[in-house]
Design a protein around this ligand. Structure first.
Ligand code: SAH
Length: 349
């Protein structure tokens, strides 16, 4: 069966039957913008064509296998399986202001293998197709719409490194902002990367309004290389130039993510070097408390006291700083905790 996102095939199907484009436009609006169910969406077609359409086109490329709702906050973790039975997760984040965000995965597993992240410990890495990325939006969108909420933001901060899967990322982004598909404003979308300069530049050029987040975590070369092996290939100088170039193209700030790890990257030296590195770049620093993972017993979160001092120190140096509190820690939906736990439970079962 062909995916609902295969626009050319759908157009050909329509022309063969000499159908007006309008009912299909309404079907797409119903399914991709209002997040109505497939049954309801297909009812926009003339009755005599519905069965044929349902036989040829499939609305979903993922199966929703499990859902866990946090008892602590407004997070829900959705566990999907691909057609090849690989697990991936998305997280719905409902914040108090009523805004609802969705955190999507771009890969199953991740080749970046950051020391602090559970996803990098998975044995497999598979690029998700644009259809698989977008079906996370559709299925989560249906849950969110059924609650009377609106999906406001999409962040590529789930499993995987989006810039290791560029072609499918770019295809997915094009459909997310396409007025005839999801029709999301590009500034509502954020792509987070470990820092792959050529991919960062291509993204900025193709989608200048899509927001870029960079997981920096340290500006000391040895520390960053230990935490994030990608830094052996793309060092801090190259990253610095790419950040300057991206902000020049985008004319807006990059969000710098900085995980606070006790004694590793929260020292007085870090507090001196970070503002120096960011001095001539337009950034907003987002400090992230570390969510412990079993595979990294040598890492610990900075104390709340140290985190406050670090934030204050950065502000005093003239940086814009916020601290992110991850939602969903009780359902292992917090940053860096995705899927690995579920995978292990399956292995032990
Ligand atoms: N590969 C991309 C996007 C996925 S991770 C990237 O690295 O940016 C999304 C964010 O969660 C990143 O900033 C990542 O560094 C952070 N993260 C990973 N593991 C974490 C953990 N255990 N605790 C807190 N944040 C974590």
């Amino acid at each position: 069966m062909t995916s609902i996102f295969a626009q050319d095939t759908i157009d050909a199907w329509r022309r063969e039957r000499q159908l007006d484009p309008e009912p299909l436009r309404r079907l797409r609006a119903s399914f991709l913008r209002k997040f109505e169910g497939w049954k309801r969406a297909v009812e926009h077609l003339p009755p005599e064509h519905r069965d044929d359409f349902r036989r040829r086109f499939t609305p979903h490329s993922l199966t929703l296998a499990d859902r866990r709702d946090s008892n602590l906050d407004g997070a829900s973790k959705l566990l999907f399986r691909t057609a090849g039975d690989l697990p991936l997760e998305s997280v719905i984040l409902r914040v108090a202001s009523g805004r609802t965000s969705l955190c999507v995965s771009s890969q199953v597993g991740c080749a970046a293998r950051c020391d602090f992240c559970a996803t990098g410990r998975m044995d497999i890495v598979k690029n998700l197709s644009a259809e698989e990325i977008l079906d996370q939006v559709v299925q989560a969108g249906q849950i969110i719409a059924a609650e009377g909420r609106r999906l406001r933001n999409i962040v590529f901060m789930g499993m995987g490194e989006p810039l290791h899967n560029e072609p499918e990322l770019h295809r997915a982004l094009a459909l997310l902002v396409d007025p005839l598909s999801f029709n999301l404003h590009p500034s509502r979308i954020m792509v987070s990367t470990v820092g792959i300069p050529p991919g960062m530049l291509r993204l900025a050029q193709l989608h200048p309004q899509v927001r870029l987040a960079l997981s920096l975590h340290s500006v000391r070369p040895d520390v960053r290389q230990t935490l994030m092996p990608i830094s052996l290939r793309h060092g801090l100088d190259e990253l610095h130039s790419a950040m300057r170039e991206v902000t020049r193209i985008q004319q807006r700030e990059i969000m710098v993510e900085y995980l606070l790890l006790a004694g590793v990257n929260d020292t007085a030296e870090d507090l001196r070097l970070l503002p120096e590195f960011l001095r001539d770049i337009n950034v907003h620093v987002n400090l992230i408390p570390y969510n412990p993972i079993d595979d990294a017993p040598h890492l610990a979160a900075s104390s709340p006291e140290r985190s406050r001092q670090f934030a204050a120190g950065l502000k005093a140096a003239g940086l814009r700083v916020t601290t992110r509190y991850s939602l969903g820690s009780d359902v292992a939906a917090a940053c860096g905790q995705l899927v690995r736990g579920h995978q292990r439970r399956r292995v032990n079962a």
